[in-house]
Design a protein around this ligand. Sequence first.
Ligand code: ADP
Ligand code: MG
Length: 323
Amino acid sequence: DDVISKIAAGEVIERPASVVKELVENSIDANSTNINIEIENGGITYIKVSDDGSGIEKDDVEIAFLRHTTSKIQNENDLYNIKTLGFRGEALASIAAVSKVEMITKTNKDIIGTRILVEGGEIIEKTECGSPNGTTIVVRELFFNTPVRLKFLKTPSREAMYVTETVQNLALSNENISFKYKNNGKLVLATKGDGILLNVIISLFGKQVKDNLLEVLYEEDCIKVRGYIGNNALGKSNRNFEFLFVNGRYVKNKIINSAIENVYKSYSTGDKFPFYVIKLEIDPQIIDVNVHPTKAEVKFQNEQQVYKIVYKAIQNAFQTINT
Ligand code: ADP
Ligand code: MG
């Protein structure tokens, strides 16, 4: 079982950034309005995620660390109507199998919270503990018991970059949540959580990007497209500033990406690649996000239809300024 859980952990938990993604997604699922992330040493030795969400009841704390236990699905019907980011009940178990986890959590129904220590999948300690409403999880010494995985990590500064990208994506996809993220004690980003996407973009990339951006707002066949597109004012001719979200998840998709880039190229005289943050809302029935639990790829049943609609959405944005 120990070996199996370590192998399984590798599926979900590749590096510090995957830990951060899973923990923050749990905070989002818990309806948090403030999420704080801190890492040290690229997240390899220290990751802390705290939220002001629902918290976990005392009796459910151990269960949360068991594999394939989730509070988010009660029956088979729920499986076809998933509204949360998590539902496999794998992340906490996987993280705890390959690190030293400390969790402090409290629901608003309880007066006192719970603190639990889990190391290499084993519960070391569970005690009562004073706590604000919400959950704080500290993950120390990732891969301490799987030296090979540890060896495959990049330098701390590179791992920190991956974490930063992950937090950026999560902040952009959740404009109504306030995020604060520190690396080695230094504030890297902070968002207000005021529900305004443009404010998130400004918080992450600075005021100057705003002057280059056009608003995208379009709907056809129940597919909603919204966001911003413009020149890559950040001065880099690469795809680092192309952010695509489908139903609240950061994804990669060549079809949509080429639709956006193709319109951009035909209107722009500027950089090769645009800056964009584009969000699609699509009936979950016609997409498949579960290509792989950790991969950000998404597939559509009718790719031509999605291409056409996104193309028109972006074209509309450019045509509005030219008329
Ligand atoms: P999943 O998210 O797929 O349900 P996880 O292993 O990520 O599985 O989490 C297991 C369970 O632990 C969740 O279903 C949830 O009940 C609880 N949990 C984890 N993190 C939090 C959190 N930050 N706030 C409240 N509950 C949490
Ligand atoms: Mg989860």
